[in-house]
Design a protein. Sequence first.
Length: 604
Amino acid sequence: MPVQSFIEEFLPSLPTGRKKDILSSRDAFKAVPASASTSADIFQPLIAALNKSTKHKSRAPGLVFLNASTRSEHPHERGYMKPHICCYASSHLDLVQCSPVSSRVDLGYAELFFEVKPDVSLDFFSDPHPTATAEDIASHEFIVQHEDPQNRARADRSLGQHVAYVTEILARQNRVFFFSITMAGAWARLCRWDRSGLVVSRAFDIHRQPDLLCEFLSRFACASDDLRGHDTTVEVATTEEEALFKKAITEHVRMQLRLQRDALDKAIREHYEPGHVMAMHVHAVDTTNANRAGRVQRYLVSRPVTSPLYLTGRATRGYWAVAAETGQVVFLKDTWRLPDEQEGTIVAGLYTAGVRNVPQVLAHGDVYSEPLVPGGKLSRTDELLRATYDAFRAMRDALEKDARVHRDISVSNIILVREEEGAARKGYLVDWESSSRVDDKGFSLDRTRTGTWKFMSISVVNASPKPHTIRDDMESLFYVVLYCSLLHLPHDIDDPDVLQTFIHQFFDHSAFLHGALRGGDSKLTNAATRSWTNRVKFASPDLQAWLNTVMDYHSPPYHLKEELANRWTNPDYLDAFWGEFLRDRTLPQDDRVDHEIGGDDADR
């Protein structure tokens, strides 16, 4: 996008009364070298230029630019790195500077950031010719393809690092969008990120056109919070509201998890960070009100139980929330979506139709009546198989009573709920926004591929043209049980590296083939030969028996093909087996084991 068009499209004009507060752009960045041997040779003089001020004028009033890259215990290791320059509001400066370098507070308060590479050859974007036609631009390869392999690798890493910073900032802050600036030598690009992707400007030389960067920064500095990208429906809760939140959450954690003393305090900290309680304004349809009137409701939240791990998409956060008016603890889902059928409407319809084990919707978007505990918090074999059976019954009810398949069965979407004091926790099936109606043959009307990669069925993960059915969801549910069992229940794989390899190869492996991301080779092999699941023996004979039986139902070995025919095509068989299994067996009640393992799975 042309630079001036970018600035005018995304930022308001500088108010007339503020122009007197802005330094001239003339020679603003003359001390910044055109290229250098290190990034620091570029960003250190750039920081000085950005922070330059006189008694009455500055480059960006109310903002401060700091070197964030050195505020890390391991500043050159992936996962620990921070942007070269972070921009903060002056009012937040003490909070950042007083935080330990091991924290990521910098990204929690960043208003924008600069990422700097020492030479223009390391730019990871390539502009079309200034006179290019629309057809030329449409076919232009915007991601630069360096001929030199070393430069190509460096550019790829640089782009990936930039995306990683933005992803973390959007996860830590309540944002609608975010600005960043990428520098390659003295050439800059302006970037605007949101959950649909990136808009980036053409490159410009800050020596020859310093006015462009200065205009962008001055407009940004004088813009309101919402025009800087902040979600202004979220604000800091009052002291009284924080006290209400802490009391209500403490009582509910005690009831849901039955914990005391240190264990209770630790569980509370998963939902409550002192001094960090926010109030969210939710414009919601009250489903408990006969006239379904819409109104703005205020909910108090602190630490999310689920956070977005990717830049694009729905970016779902889930909170234990407290209704400010009543003190009731609910589950609040904060997500981006297309303006089609809201999930709250879907779930309310399922609940009204009598579908078991879905939450009651108090209001949407989206507020559930029960505080929900992620399925990864299961405590025993008994709870795993009962909670997933509850989810299976919800799947069956939804198909029979609402002609709907879920299409995203995963660990995160099976939630544990203690409905009343003294009762066992149940499994609720949530996150119905990817669900679809089915035709009279049970085929999904929505033919797009969706779901959580780890748990997709063999057909779905391999990009089969066959429409999604409840059989795909049943297979995904089996993978949820296997995955949770590998992570949290006793078995004979003692080596963390072996376990990590098993999980990666079985659940995560993918390859881009024939124009689509595909996977499932290990799942397919295991269905035919059990070559993967034969590598692990679980301590519970009952769990082992359940896994073996469900695998035989899904893909019978040769000698059982006739006996087990139709066991998977008709869910009645699995329902009957599973229900009888739970009635007849006494399953382990307290056998959770947190196996040592690296990667994202360690936090599940």
